[in-house]
Design a protein around this ligand. Structure first.
Ligand SMILES: C[S@@+](CC[C@H](N)C(=O)[O-])C[C@H]1O[C@@H](n2cnc3c(N)ncnc32)[C@H](O)[C@@H]1O
Length: 407
């Protein structure tokens, strides 16, 4: 039986994909398009092309060339975005040239960056994913040195490789008509997420690859518990803007720090900066809300040292300074008002400033933000960020504004 990717890559599949896209662009209702195309083409192939066209539309959030790529839904959902894949691949290429393998390449979100300008072996046991990864790598003109192998990653010969990249699946395998035996056991539906911390292949298997290959890079969930990686490995937390995207584990051959926070797209990077303990004081004129990549990497104090900032509480990851410090590692707020939290008092302070719209951020304090907002009875033409937090363990409020728009 022909797999879905093979069917879509066939001349008729290719023609149908173009017809479906043209009909969508012309504004024809999808049901009408499908009915029309079924007159001359097999219904299953028309359905596959229609579903693929939808996936291509969805894929545009991750891939600039999505309209020419092929996806399965779980493959697209699990795929790295172009931005994160490029960042990782560039770092690996700079550190370790030579042939690499992408073990469990999926639809090739990472492969398109990893294979660019070097020899690469793509491995996946899912035939559709492997075919799609090869196709998608070619769409990015990165397939010149690419070879593929449909196999379980445990069965692949790794001798001679300079590096391996693994992005383990965090959900159960898809079941395809071609491979019904792969339907997972215990009645779990294919595609279902694995328990937090579980992956296929498991992380311990990935760590042990250093016994066979000089450099190993593993993509993991951003919620990865601290201390998961063995000694000598680097754990990098990567955010794209304010969104924490992933953890990347670098084996000792490529590690250059114990932990790292990286902010894309610029690629600014923060590593431990040892020094004196950071003091705790009441907030000054500027408040910094560190990127989740910084907090997950355990680098809040290191960021404080870099900024010359202090903490406002032992347990809370806000930093403060007296003068504005520009940093890509935190959202900076200018403090207009700062006092122990008292709802009635803050309602008065906000009214006095004419603040009618507020972004309420609660950290370290209990309370329903929507109910607090209602009780504050905001009114006026201005906007502000109101931070409800703790300062030296006391409930505290801050009325803040964005320093760029501050007048
Ligand atoms: C998270 S996805 C990879 C996503 C990919 N990095 C991307 O950006 O598109 C994991 C892939 O590993 C494959 N996989 C999981 N376990 C495997 C195994 N034991 N052998 C081979 N492939 C495996 C799955 O079929 C899936 O395609």
């Amino acid at each position: 039986m022909t797999s879905q990717a093979e069917a879509l890559l066939s001349p008729e599949g290719t023609e149908l994909l173009a017809l479906v896209a043209a009909a969508r662009e012309a504004g024809e209702p999808p049901l009408k398009t499908a009915a029309r195309l079924r007159r001359d083409h097999p219904a299953a192939l028309v359905a596959a092309a229609t579903a693929q066209d939808e996936l291509r539309q969805a894929g545009r959030t991750k891939f600039s060339r999505a309209e020419r790529m092929l996806f399965t839904r779980p493959g697209l959902e699990q795929a790295s975005s172009e931005t994160t894949a490029r960042h990782r691949a560039a770092r690996l290429a700079a550190a370790i040239p030579g042939r690499l393998a992408d073990l469990g390449c999926g639809i090739g979100g990472d492969l398109i960056a990893l294979a660019a300008g070097r020899e690469a072996l793509a491995v996946d046991r899912d035939r559709d994913h492997l075919l799609m990864a090869a196709r998608n790598t070619a769409v990015y003109d990165a397939a010149a040195g690419l070879s593929t192998e449909q196999a379980d990653v445990r069965d692949v010969a790794l001798a001679g490789l300079a590096a391996v990249f693994v992005d383990p699946a965090r959900r159960l395998a898809r079941s395809t008509p071609r491979d019904p035996a792969r339907r997972p056991g215990r009645g779990a539906p294919p595609g279902q997420r694995l328990r937090p911390g579980d992956s296929e292949p498991p992380l311990d298997w990935c760590f042990a690859l250093t016994g066979q290959v000089p450099a190993v890079v593993i993509k993991a969930a951003p919620g990865l518990p601290a201390g998961t990686a063995p000694d000598g490995w680097e754990t990098e937390f990567v955010a794209d803007g304010r969104d924490l995207k992933e953890a990347v584990l670098w084996s000792p051959a490529v590690a250059t720090a114990t932990s790292r926070a990286t902010i894309l797209p610029a690629g600014d990077t923060l590593t431990p900066e040892p020094g004196d303990p950071v003091p705790i004081r009441e907030p000054g004129a500027f408040l910094y809300d560190p990127s989740p990549a910084v907090t997950r990497a355990g680098l809040v104090e290191d960021l404080a040292r870099r900024l010359g900032a202090w903490k406002i509480d032992d347990q809370i990851a806000f930093l403060s300074t007296g003068t504005a410090e520009h940093t890509p590692f935190a959202r900076t707020l200018q403090v207009l008002d700062s006092a122990p939290w008292n709802e009635k008092d803050f309602a008065r302070r906000l009214r006095a400033r004419g603040i009618g719209a507020a972004d309420l951020r609660r950290r370290g304090l209990a309370g329903d933000v929507d109910q607090i907002r209602r009780r504050l009875k905001l009114s006026g033409p201005h906007r502000a960020t109101v931070v409800l937090t703790r300062v030296a363990d006391k409930p505290w409020g801050l009325i803040c504004t964005d320093p760029v728009t501050a007048s």
